[in-house]
Design a protein around this ligand. Sequence first.
Ligand code: ATP
Length: 283
Amino acid sequence: MEITEKAPAKINLGLDVLGKRADGYHELDMIMTSVDLSDRITVRELENEQVIRLQSNSSFVPLNKKNHAYKAAMVMKKTFGIKKGVEIYIDKKTPVAAGLAGGSSDAAATLRALNQLWQLNLTTQELAKLGEQIGSDVPYCVYGQTARVTGRGEHVRPIDNPKKFWVILVKPSFGVSTPEIFRHVKMDKIQHPDIDALEDAVVNSDFDALLQNLGNALEAVTLAKHPLISKIKERLLASGADGVLMSGSGPTVFALCQQEKKAQRICNSIKGFCDEVYLVRML
Ligand code: ATP
């Protein structure tokens, strides 16, 4: 038997850093949403083996125990005493180290797929709880729908039926390390976005208020190291984009659009400037 699950990329419509916790993690307050740029995770049982075997079409992901999908399988095997082996194939579409939680989403999709393969009947909440052991973005990715996310990422409150917009993703050719960006955060310099106002805008499908309240407290930190991100933002705004923001710890920048035609036009005009450009839709 084999099971395939989609692993969609996420963007942060808002990301605030509230402080540093005693356990070393930062306390966050975020609005996250998923888009239809997805990896595909396929799991297949290996009857006579204990191993977790990984394969991928991408040379950018580690094919060993450092892979988030491997970690997810390990957590499932250990927690439920599963003696069977499993082969995991990662069909990679989401850029790596991009601020789009590609690895976390792969882990979440692996949890969902193994839940079916091994007939564990775990709820979304139970899978999200297991996801905490793998990485801060994994609980959100288990839900995979627009949500207010707090703590270091462990508290996920879904927001039902948000209005869906077009999203232009622009990924510069370099990657960014999330832990490194967090190491450079200086709490007294943080610009705090209004996440309550942003949530209201999402709940009320108020596009103008959404644009006004887009904000990412990590943006200034990453921009200081990578000025090209500012250039991409300027270019997108000059092309007519209404709202533009860096996702997560970067470097991917996104622009939101209500109309497909306008989104297509902006997408075409940024393509000459940056190689990796995707026109996607909120899920
Ligand atoms: P986040 O926004 O959650 O910090 P990201 O999008 O910035 O994530 P990822 O694409 O998840 O970053 O990659 C971060 C690191 O994780 C990479 O350096 C990569 O080597 C490692 N990694 C492990 N497993 C995976 C995976 N399945 N897919 C992508 N990267 C992975």
